[in-house]
Design a protein around this ligand. Structure first.
Ligand code: ATP
Ligand code: MG
Length: 443
């Protein structure tokens, strides 16, 4: 393998050599390139889209890089909005497709003393990265060599500044520059390394792999909103199981889900580990079959064992009923998680519903079973029960079978099933007595 430093003399891969046809790119991205070119600027397609096409995969999105500043880009496009603080970008909006246009980044060290557009923290983390530069400098600032490939519409060549093509052929994810420094600058690169390794069926190069475990705790310094985005990318891209196993292997999972990580460490072959792995397997199956997956379900599952552990603790310490302890534990577990990962409220509400319904699934007498099925999260909660049984909670397998049968019946069949429950369905709900409206005696 050659060096992971960038070179000012890129390897130029001609149209005949790379074999990519323009048709493989989004027409909107090509439009953006020509508009920038006609405006007198340099512009390239860069990063994931070139890498994915070379690997025979369909790119998720198309990123453009240019020497125009975000303001200059905005002047050229009516459908442009500027976003980001840490990293200022222009988004060109074509209906549902967004072409991201970044301005070439330069070295921050030289600029640091002069101005505030680049800032780093005590851990070496880059807090802002808005120093603009040349294409050579831009290549150096990119994360992995496979992501520093540029496609030009001037000559239809690919410019490879960091031996990215060789890395693609060797199936290696390698950071550009000194791995420790680059992880410190942006610890999220550790998560990206894992995501690309599983997505592209590659391995992380030994030098890039080595510092990860020791630096994993730097993820604590990442804003929780950004971590939420990254976690979603890891778990909703159809490779969740592989990502989960690799995050565990490198000690990164601990920084994301510390309480669950401890539980898994205590009993690596236990029911908990089976449950989490099964959940990710199911998630991947659904994603790959184009079915919907809600983050509410994933977070409900990831925090389920921490929730049960916390409930037991609170119940003992505060002498509360299981139900009350469970409610308190939900608040605690969610607020602790929010310190690392900012899960939006609509998903935490969903997770709460799924957890609540777990408590009520065995109470089926009277109208209760029917009413439960009318709850918006009932289907997710039922799937959650199936997952628990699949992972080894055999004590609930009869209950799960009952619900499966119930859901396959028509209304009369369902009524019969409830009647046949006898005492199993929990106490019959008390009939509400009609309140008598007695007239108050007039004073
Ligand atoms: P995908 O879109 O498939 O997730 P991608 O490589 O296009 O993969 P993006 O997040 O879209 O990833 O980023 C586009 C490009 O920007 C990357 O290819 C990389 O060159 C650069 N980049 C993104 N994030 C970072 C980062 N944290 N540090 C350095 N460079 C980055
Ligand atoms: Mg991309």
């Amino acid at each position: 393998m050659q060096s992971t430093q960038t070179s000012d003399e890129p390897v130029v891969i001609t149209r005949g050599e790379h074999g990519i046809s323009r048709k493989q790119f989004s027409p909107n991205a090509i439009k953006v390139l020509y508009r920038l070119k006609d405006g007198g600027y340099d512009a390239y397609l860069v990063g994931g889209c070139i890498r994915d096409i070379l690997l025979g995969q369909q790119p998720k999105d198309f990123d453009v890089v240019t020497n125009a500043t975000p303001e200059q880009v905005k002047k050229l496009f009516r459908n442009c909005r500027l976003i980001g603080r840490r990293f200022r970008l222009a988004h060109i909006v074509f209906g549902r497709e967004i072409i991201e246009v970044a301005t070439m980044r330069g070295h921050h060290e030289a600029q640091e003393a002069k101005n505030q557009i680049s800032q780093s923290s005590e851990h070496g983390q880059l807090l802002r990265d808005n120093v603009f530069g040349s294409i050579e400098e831009d290549a150096e600032r990119r994360d992995f060599s496979i992501n520093a490939l540029y496609y030009s519409i001037n000559d239809f060549c690919i410019y490879d500044y960091a031996n990215g093509l060789a890395a693609i052929q060797a199936k290696q994810i390698e950071l550009i520059g000194d791995p420790e420094t680059r992880y410190r600058e942006d610890p999220v690169r550790m998560l990206r390394a894992v995501r690309f390794a599983t997505k592209l069926d590659m391995s992380i190069a030994p030098k890039s792999e080595k510092p990860i475990t020791a630096l994993a705790s730097l993820l604590d310094n990442i804003p929780p909103a950004r971590l939420f985005e990254e976690v979603l990318k890891l778990f909703l891209n159809g490779k969740a199981e592989a990502n989960y196993l690799m995050l565990r292997q490198y000690g990164l999972f601990k920084s994301l889900f510390p309480v669950l990580d401890k539980i898994l460490d205590k009993n690596p072959d236990g029911l908990e580990a089976a449950f989490i792995q099964q959940m990710f397997q199911n998630t991947d199956k659904r994603i790959n079959a184009d079915k919907k997956v809600t983050p509410a379900f994933i977070f409900a599952a990831l925090l389920w064992f921490p929730l049960l552990e916390r409930t037991t603790k609170i119940k003992q310490q505060e002498q509360l009923s299981y139900f009350d302890a469970f409610a308190q534990a939900m608040n605690k577990v969610l607020s602790e998680n929010a310190q690392h990962i900012a899960v939006p409220k609509r998903f935490t509400l969903g997770a709460r519903d799924i957890w609540h319904i777990q408590q009520r699934l065995d109470k089926r007498a009277g109208q209760r079973a029917y009413r439960l099925t009318q709850q918006p999260r009932f289907k997710a909660a039922y799937d959650f029960l199936l997952l628990r049984v699949d992972a080894g909670e055999q004590q609930h397998s009869e209950l799960a079978q009952w619900w499966t049968q119930y859901l396959s019946q028509d209304i009369n069949g369902q009524k019969d099933m409830v009647k046949n429950l006898g005492h199993q369905g929990g106490p019959k709900p008390r009939k509400r007595s009609r309140r008598r409206t007695t007239k108050k005696p007039s004073e």
